[in-house]
Write a protein that binds this ligand. Structure first.
Ligand code: AP5
Length: 222
């Protein structure tokens, strides 16, 4: 049996496919998916002061202040299901200060997956993205269309999914990504995200499976 559950971080520009791949990773490896963006949208939905403040930043494509995000992610990471099953951190850390907050808690990933997608594709993916409020599933009008009319009629769009806003989100991403990457160089796993979601997953699957194999060998030797 495995002593230490798997710890995975996934990063990439807006609409690079993080959420899409997390769904596939979660299904195969049983990790707890923790998305900073989803936690923030859930906070907005409660109507709290933190939620209102977070929305102001998200609408401008800026990072939400650490005083809101850091505690939110930390609290989720401390829950027992995470300790039991391992974690898949999506969209966090996004700045050096967030990464250092994790370092200070002794939280480090076994693998840091970086999805690389060209900017032209990112805008197309954002504009065509739709979400199913019932199942939480991510669709794309061209690349992952809904299965039937009933689903199609209930799909929604995110408030920050416009061409104008994605350009601001991209700028924020490029301002911060290098400092985060530099901290995780030793566990970096870069994946070409320009291809189909199945092809992207196949690469990720190889990377995670190799880490798992390695962990099992270490566990059985100790
Ligand atoms: P967040 O919700 O994390 O948004 P994001 O990083 O901009 O990423 P997205 O969710 O837009 O895209 P994704 O990479 O998950 O792509 P998806 O799989 O959906 O953050 C939102 C905001 O919250 C931030 O701007 C910030 O303000 C704030 N925030 C979040 N984290 C924070 C933090 N740590 N600190 C401070 N603030 C924070 O795919 C996109 C589309 O493409 C879909 O339609 C999908 O169907 C399609 N698609 C996916 N893969 C493929 C493929 N291979 N081929 C064709 N189409 C594909």
């Amino acid at each position: 049996a495995q002593k230490e559950p798997l710890k995975v971080m996934i990063a990439g520009a807006p609409a690079s496919g993080k959420g899409t791949q997390c769904e596939l990773i979660k299904n195969k490896f049983g990790l707890v998916h923790i998305s900073a963006g989803d936690l923030l949208r859930a906070e907005i939905a409660t109507g709290s002061e933190n939620g209102k403040k977070a929305k102001e930043f998200m609408e401008k494509g800026m990072l939400v202040p650490n005083e809101i995000v850091v505690m939110m992610v930390k609290e989720r990471l401390m829950k027992p299901d995470v300790e039991q099953n391992g974690w898949l951190l999506d969209g966090y850390p996004r700045s050096l200060s967030q990464a250092m907050a994790l370092e200070n808690l002794g939280i480090r990933p076994d693998i840091f997956i970086l999805l690389e997608v060209s900017d032209e594709l990112l805008v197309e993916r954002v504009v065509g993205r739709r979400l199913d409020p019932v199942t939480g599933k991510i669709y794309h009008l061209k690349y992952s269309p809904p299965e039937n009319e009933e689903i199609a009629s209930r799909l929604t769009q995110r408030f920050d999914d416009t061409e104008e806003k994605v350009k601001l989100r991209l700028k924020t991403h490029y301002q911060n990504v290098e400092s985060v990457i530099s901290l995780y160089e030793s566990v970096m796993f870069k994946v070409n995200g320009d291809v189909s979601k199945e092809e992207v997953f196949s690469e990720i699957d190889k990377g995670i499976s190799a880490i798992l194999e390695n962990k099992r060998t270490v566990d059985s030797a100790s």
